[in-house]
Write a protein that binds this ligand. Sequence first.
Ligand SMILES: [Zn+2]
Length: 212
Amino acid sequence: MEKKTHVACANIIAIGLVKPNNISSLLITCGFASLGGLLPDVDLKDSTTDRLFDRLMASLITVIAMNFFLKYFLDIDIYEKIKELNIIFNYLISVFIFIIMGYLGSKFSHRSFTHSILGCFVYTLILSYGFNNNILIPFLCGYISHIILDLLNKKGVALFYPSKYRFCLNLCESNGKTNKLLFIIFSFINILLLILISTEIIWQIKKIVYNL
Ligand SMILES: [Zn+2]
């Protein structure tokens, strides 16, 4: 499936499960559902996710090099200073490891580790170190929906990696007519959900304003 189909499907499931009741919750839900929906294709050479993690890894190496430079030449240890901030320390460690594992995921063959139950477990576990269910649930919705959609394709998915056996339902091609039809259906459902949610959010804002 194309990335837009994965994102559209991920958002439907995440919005349906989380039922966000304000704008920030809606943005977080859609953002992390999209991340989960796109991450497995980091193993697809030159995909959007592959390029994103290349850049993130380059940024991470720059930050580590800067910390090394500041520590040994100016005696300033940013790592120790961040460690003192307990609240964001776990969050940063989680993000750093996630970037490294995302980058390493791009080195596997297409539809192997990152499209497996093991891959889904590893990435969710890393995120769980610094984030709560508000982020983990949409992320998982995106990740699992990506694997299920890819199972419909002719090219198999190594669901139980490291086992090399590939599962597929052989129903469609990744960029064929079924993909286009699914994208239209998912987009339509997304629009309906967004209308329903915005009506609810507007109603709640009105309630707060009139109670003031
Ligand atoms: Zn995929």
